[in-house]
Design a protein. Structure first.
Length: 128
């Protein structure tokens, strides 16, 4: 009798975890789709969005023996262009990560619920 109770608790618990994973995966997936559709560029966190707006005022590594001189306009433009390129790369990476997490939660939740559904809703359990 105890083994049946333990099996039932285990099966029900994993089924509920699977349902929770499905819900989380669905919500994250909808969020990712909406962000992709609504915004022109995939949004990042606030601190990442504004990192290129801070103007570079000196060289990252000062030259040996020399006092750090202000950057020329050309160097400032190059630094800003590199920053915007890295920002676009970060957007793509974040979007891929969000899609990956959404799908993995959804698929793992579906797998758990389908596997343990048959144990919970089997005919043997209904006759108890």
């Amino acid at each position: 009798m105890k083994t049946k109770i333990i099996k039932a608790i285990f099966s029900n618990l994993l089924f509920v975890i699977g349902v929770a994973l499905i819900v989380v995966g669905f919500v994250r997936g909808v969020s990712t789709v909406v962000k992709s559709a609504v915004f022109e560029k995939y949004p990042l966190n606030d601190y990442e969005e504004t990192r290129c707006q801070i103007e570079a005022s000196s060289r990252a590594v000062p030259l040996e023996g020399a006092i750090a001189e202000p950057l020329s306009e050309q160097e400032k433009k190059e630094i800003k262009a590199d920053c915007f390129k890295s920002l676009e790369q970060a957007r793509k990476v974040k979007q891929v990560d969000d899609i990956t997490y959404s799908l993995s939660f959804l698929v793992s939740g579906l797998a758990l619920t389908l596997i343990f559904k048959r144990f919970i809703f089997s005919k043997e359990r209904k006759s108890d």
